[in-house]
Design a protein around this ligand. Structure first.
Ligand SMILES: NC(=O)C1=CN([C@@H]2O[C@H](COP(=O)(O)OP(=O)(O)OC[C@H]3O[C@@H](n4cnc5c(N)ncnc54)[C@H](O)[C@@H]3O)[C@@H](O)[C@H]2O)C=CC1
Ligand SMILES: CC(C)CC(=O)C(=O)O
Ligand SMILES: [Mg+2]
Length: 369
């Protein structure tokens, strides 16, 4: 299979985790006889420095000419004082909007070998397996006006939470579709006791639920949801929620697995051109030290192989290699005991090698089948 993949490493650890992921994709291409063409694009702070904008036109063109996109992360203190339109995060938000990447799937599944790595007790996290379906192109991150104003003679500020009804409907449909192939339970998270947008969200959720009689719909207020994620995370199958609630709850949920550096995601569009990105950011506190955990990005690449290219066996090979490497005790600094950490590059190499082993086994099995 021949595919073009746009690579947008971005800033901070984004570059380090994408580098390692590309090596693994090259190994996959070799083992399984595919041709992956990688096209690099600038985004975020790097793009501001080199092109004067966080999302250059060339980058959009590179993405549109590709079959899928892998992004690292954007942002960093160097650009934190920039005006809003010249912040790295604007580049990512604009790309999500430009490509209509409205459905962000963030799976939360514990790893057998990391059950003791969560700050939560093992019996609470063992067996956790749910997906957060986060709306990604609407809500407070995009609504206008978003500015400082003078209101009733006072210095004031306004951000706008805007959703068109169809935007709410399509993300709920995505969640119900996913749930219908899983344990058939949707938890719709909102703040309907306060926000009108949440009340409309609930109405639409009820309408969509009526089309999926096999799937149970539960409404949960976001403050309670934040607590329930810690109290009994196993209750969840599919959580669907608006942009900002999903952003916050998914970082919280990452600690069920042990580290934010493990959480992968897929940002899907109905056009078929999807973007795959770790849930974490550019982590300036550890950038440039070769200590970041690349597993979130590596598993995002596995999601790409499955979702965008239909390469199930290849996706599984990566997931199995990650499992094997963790089972063998390899840990980056976010998960390791003092003095026992392996580097970003080392764990990438281990995963690459484990991939080879697994594929060798697959070849043997094929030869005898
Ligand atoms: N999708 C994106 O590009 C995102 C970008 N950001 C940006 O990233 C910058 C830093 O934001 P923070 O709030 O610090 O969030 P962050 O997600 O970058 O880091 C939060 C904490 O988690 C740790 N961490 C994150 N990823 C890790 C990994 N792969 N391995 C080991 N440890 C990891 C960091 O060291 C830090 O202590 C900001 O400029 C922010 O706007 C934040 C979130 C998402
Ligand atoms: C625009 C991003 C920085 C928002 C974020 O934190 C995320 O998408 O997870
Ligand atoms: Mg976030």
């Amino acid at each position: 299979m021949k595919k073009t993949i746009a690579l947008l490493p971005g800033d901070g650890i984004g570059k380090e985790v994408v580098d390692v992921t590309v090596d693994i994709l090259k190994a996959i291409a070799e083992h399984f006889h595919h041709q992956f063409q990688f096209n690099y694009g600038l985004i975020g702070g790097d793009a501001i420095d080199q092109k004067g904008t966080p999302l250059p036109e060339e980058t959009i063109a590179i993405c549109k000419d590709s079959d899928a996109i892998i992004l690292g992360a954007v942002g960093g203190p160097k650009w934190d004082q920039n005006p809003m339109e010249l912040r790295p995060e604007r580049g990512l938000l604009a790309l999500r909007k430009e490509l209509d990447l409205f459905a962000n799937l963030r799976p939360i599944k514990t790893f057998e070998s990391l059950l003791d790595s969560s700050p939560l007790k093992k019996e609470y996290v063992d067996g956790v397996d749910f997906v957060i379906v986060r709306e990604l192109t609407g809500g407070l991150y995009f609504g206008k006006p978003s500015e400082r104003i003078v209101h009733e003679g006072e210095d004031a500020v306004v951000d706008t939470l805007l959703y068109k009804r169809y935007e709410i409907e399509r993300i709920l449909v995505s969640a119900f579709e996913i749930a219908s192939k899983r344990r058939k339970h949707v938890t719709s998270v909102d703040k309907a006791n306060v926000l009108e947008s949440s009340r409309v969200w609930r109405e639409v959720a009820e309408e969509v639920a009526a089309r999926y009689p096999d799937v149970t719909l539960e409404h949960m207020l976001v403050d309670n949801a934040a607590m329930q994620l810690i109290r009994s995370p196993k209750q969840f199958d599919v959580i669907v929620t608006e942009n900002m609630f999903g952003d916050i709850l998914s970082d919280e949920a990452s600690m069920i697995t042990g580290s934010l550096g493990l959480l992968s995601s897929a940002s899907l569009s109905s056009s078929g051109l999807h973007l795959f990105e770790p849930v974490h950011g550019s982590a300036p506190d550890i950038a440039g030290k070769n200590i970041a955990n690349p597993i979130a990005t590596i598993l995002s690449a596995a999601m790409m192989l499955r979702q965008s290219f239909g390469l199930e066996e290849e996706a599984k090979a990566i997931e199995k290699a990650v499992d094997n490497v963790l089972n063998a005790g390899n840990r980056t600094a976010d998960l390791a005991e003092d003095g026992k950490a392996v580097s970003t590059k080392q764990i990438g190499e281990e995963i690459k090698n484990a991939l080879g082993d697994d594929h060798a086994i697959l070849n043997i099995m094929e030869a005898y089948s």
